[in-house]
Design a protein around this ligand. Structure first.
Ligand SMILES: [Fe+2]
Ligand SMILES: [Fe+2]
Length: 476
């Protein structure tokens, strides 16, 4: 097991004090990060004691510590999963060769782009969520929000460590840039679309942590296969924290649906909205929205970039081990390609795309399957309540802003429709400004009493780390 040092300014298991130059660079970046946190992190809670878990090692049976901490004092550390002895590259043109401990010069730019793009999503999500504490449904949820936020902060540290250690001056500049872009800012937006979308209330937050953090899971799984060993090791450990973010999303949506079903029973018209809850059709619209913007994050269906990332051993497939052919030079992947004539979508044609060029789609396939799991659980709950409604994931062609379906129009089932039809029906499918207003109105009064729970959500079955649900997780 690697040695953990928690007494230094920056907790780490990378023997930071042995590399003075790097240590100085990171210690110079640290106050800038804390300034960013104070400006763009959770607004109104920086002085509160919060019951948080902090990563203190990568030991699988005791990697985290739980205690009260003020968020600006959180110990953001650098932790890489333990090295695998004699690890070799698991895919692509360098399959079977020793994994790289330094960056091969010819792949420097591509790798930097991958690290920066991943790194940019981490602070972006904190920015998107910074006002949610002010409309929280309970102190339990408030704490979970902050847990997700501080860990996204640590993920930023993970990427900045790579930039500062391996990319010299450009890496240092990129590390500054990560603190300068702002989610949703027209002049200096975050890199990827979904990370510029407003996350104005908790229904969006739960959809975000279910769908968008799950994109994160799959990107991290693909990077965990990287031939560049430090990237593989750092992302492997990030996945440990990421699991909790998706737990927050999945259980959050489960509790909203549970409550919705209870409120429907109370109302003679089965109208959850009339009882101050969120009706299932509205939940469906938010699912449609966040799922579709998260699908975009996987990149183009047919992509020469994806092919070259795979060829050069930089980014593999999730759990590359489970595939038989790790070179992927001979296979194909069927993709429904739009046939457009004179600017009008005529039909879809199944095309056999060389496998390497379809790697984004291969990863998206895994994501679709994984996303469906929670949906199935929600539908069981709904079925058990005797309600005929079912939550569905829309077609991957629906409401796409990038890739081969962008600029075209499809209904949620994936059937091509005209722009006019889409415009007429879109607010049956994605949230309208009125939906946003309605959902926000339910959350206008935050619940800061540990015994309280907002009317629109069911209480969780249990608290955090053996504490009761009504424990004072945040001393506000
Ligand atoms: Fe993250
Ligand atoms: Fe996350």
């Amino acid at each position: 097991m690697s040695n953990v040092v928690n007494s230094e300014k920056i907790p780490n298991n990378v023997d930071l004090s042995a590399d003075k130059k790097l240590q100085r660079a990171l210690e110079a970046w640290q106050p800038k990060f804390v300034d960013w946190w104070k400006e763009m992190g959770p607004e109104g809670f920086q002085a509160d004691d919060v019951y948080l878990r902090t990563a203190v090692s990568v030991d699988s049976d005791g990697w985290a510590q739980y205690d009260f901490v003020k968020m600006p004092d959180y110990r953001w550390g650098i932790f890489l999963a333990d090295p695998v002895a004699d690890r070799t590259i698991g895919f692509g043109d360098f399959y079977g060769q020793p994994a790289w401990q330094t960056i091969p010069g010819e792949f420097r730019n591509a790798l930097r782009r991958l690290v920066v793009t991943q790194g940019d999503t981490e602070p972006a999500s904190v920015e998107q969520q910074r006002l949610l504490g002010q409309c929280c449904p309970s102190v339990y949820d408030l704490r979970n929000l902050f847990q997700v936020n501080v860990e996204e902060g640590r993920h930023l540290w993970a990427m900045v460590y790579l930039l500062q250690s391996y990319f010299g001056r450009d890496g240092r500049e990129e590390a500054e840039g990560l603190l300068e872009r702002r989610s949703g800012n027209a002049d200096k937006p975050r890199i990827l679309g979904a990370f510029n979308e407003p996350c104005a209330h908790w229904l969006s937050f739960f959809c975000f942590t279910y769908f968008t953090d799950r994109d994160g899971k799959f990107q991290l799984l693909a990077l965990a296969e990287s031939g560049f060993d430090p990237l593989a090791r750092t992302t492997r450990f990030m996945l440990t924290e990421e699991a909790h973010h998706m737990f927050v999303g999945e259980t959050g949506l489960t509790r909203v649906i549970e409550r919705s079903l209870e409120l429907m029973k109370k109302n003679s018209n089965e109208d959850a909205r009339a009882e101050g809850g969120i009706d299932l059709a509205t939940i469906q619209r938010y699912v449609n929205f966040w799922y579709s913007v998260s699908l975009d994050l996987f990149g183009g269906e047919i992509s020469s970039n994806a092919a070259s990332y795979f060829a050069s051993g930089l980014k593999g497939r999730a759990k590359e081990d489970k595939y038989e052919d790790h070179v992927a030079l001979t296979g194909f992947h069927a993709i429904d390609v739009p046939v457009v004539e004179g600017g009008v979508l005529k039909s879809l044609k199944s095309e056999e795309v060389p496998l390497r060029n379809a790697m984004n789609e291969v990863l998206r396939d895994e994501y679709v399957i994984d996303s469906q799991r929670g949906v199935d659980k929600w539908n069981k709950l709904i079925e058990k309540a005797g309600v005929p409604f079912r939550i569905t994931l829309p077609s991957r062609r629906f409401h796409r802003q990038s890739g081969i379906y962008a600029g075209l129009h499809f209904d949620p089932a994936g059937n091509p429709i005209s722009k006019e039809e889409f415009e007429t029906k879109k607010f049956e499918w994605i949230p309208s400004p009125a939906d946003d207003e309605f959902v926000k109105s339910l959350m206008s009064k935050p619940i800061y009493d540990p015994k309280g729970m907002a009317n629109w959500i069911a209480a969780p079955p249990r608290g955090i780390k053996g504490q009761p649900v009504d424990f004072e997780y945040v001393r506000h």
